[in-house]
Design a protein around this ligand. Sequence first.
Ligand SMILES: Cc1cc2nc3c(=O)[nH]c(=O)nc-3n(C[C@H](O)[C@H](O)[C@H](O)COP(=O)(O)OP(=O)(O)OC[C@H]3O[C@@H](n4cnc5c(N)ncnc54)[C@H](O)[C@@H]3O)c2cc1C
Length: 359
Amino acid sequence: MTCDFLIIGGGIAGASAAARLSELGHVVLLEMEEALGYHASGRSAAMFEENYGPPAVVALNKASADYHHSANGGYLTPRGLMLVSGPDQEQQFREDIKELDLEEINFAEAQARIPILNPKTVTHAGLHLAAQDLDTDRMVQDFAKAARSNGGKVITRAQVTEISRSPTGWQVEAGGENYEAKQLVNAAGAWVDEIAAMAGVAPIGIAPRRRSMARLPAPGGHDVTKWPMLMGVGESWYAKPDAGKLLVSPADADLVAPHDAYADDMVLAEGLARYEEMVTTPVTRVESNWAGLRSFSPDGSLVLGPDPDQPDFIWCAAQGGYGFQTAPAASRLLADILGGLNSELDAASRAALSPARLR
Ligand SMILES: Cc1cc2nc3c(=O)[nH]c(=O)nc-3n(C[C@H](O)[C@H](O)[C@H](O)COP(=O)(O)OP(=O)(O)OC[C@H]3O[C@@H](n4cnc5c(N)ncnc54)[C@H](O)[C@@H]3O)c2cc1C
């Protein structure tokens, strides 16, 4: 099979790149699992918080907002974000509310929104009502659908095992088939450096970091559906309503090798204890748990665009904890770069996302 853009990886990064690049040429997307979004993209907290992330990520968040609000009927539902801290964490609280642009509220206001907050331990609270839930599953499927409707092919159970040079670009072996491509797009999430090594391209040093999640019954039998996401200062834990239950994450970021991630019991228990300290309802049961890998570049921003040494090898990597909220603008930027089009993103942000900054 021959194509213009061969995309490796069927998470949100690969699916959104496939949709945008299918407007420029023939796209083939290869995913090793049975379905799209099996790894990080199927395990996220599904939040859109515009102010979360380093400056270039915030620029992508803001440039993605219109798409999240209105494309395909919109992907957002109101959620809100509340930050809480104890008396000895005031300095960190001040830094966090400034960075996330939260409004400080008093305990009574905070408790009116989340009745289980513990008056003995919560001394400060901040709120940002504009934070939203994202319909992440639909977003992955809609991007894949857009790629297909432009003639692109989305192929699952196709693990890329060999990459070599061909006279016109690249030759790739996956799932027993051979593919020829002019340009290779590396959207393999935690595996991007392994894909680079396979292609003879110098790795960037992308760090996969595990983040775990526990699903609890609604605490104290409360109706949690309208509660904002609740976060401990310094991103030390967070809790988020999900289909009538509460997800609690220890907000772990342990460096691991790329693999099918699972939660570490001890890390989960310590995170649940940090959450429990700030609420009046003890954790009595964990219904299920999981983990996913958030992959970061050395400076924490995404890596988008041609490799400086091998420009037909395209990085679409290091989506970190922001892969969904940045996807519309990140994939647009990638297509603008590869299509030689003007980008709406400012020059400083483009430079801060370019692979060249890390070489
Ligand atoms: C617990 C948690 C909470 C999060 N919360 C949020 C949030 O609230 N908001 C937000 O925006 N982001 C959030 N994120 C981050 C977000 O989930 C990621 O940034 C995003 O999913 C990364 O997408 P990706 O496509 O790069 O990676 P992935 O979804 O991991 O996709 C990469 C794909 O490449 C495939 N692949 C790898 N090697 C090969 C190969 N050799 N051949 C073929 N295919 C291959 C893999 O099978 C995989 O499907 C969270 C992540 C976690 C884990």
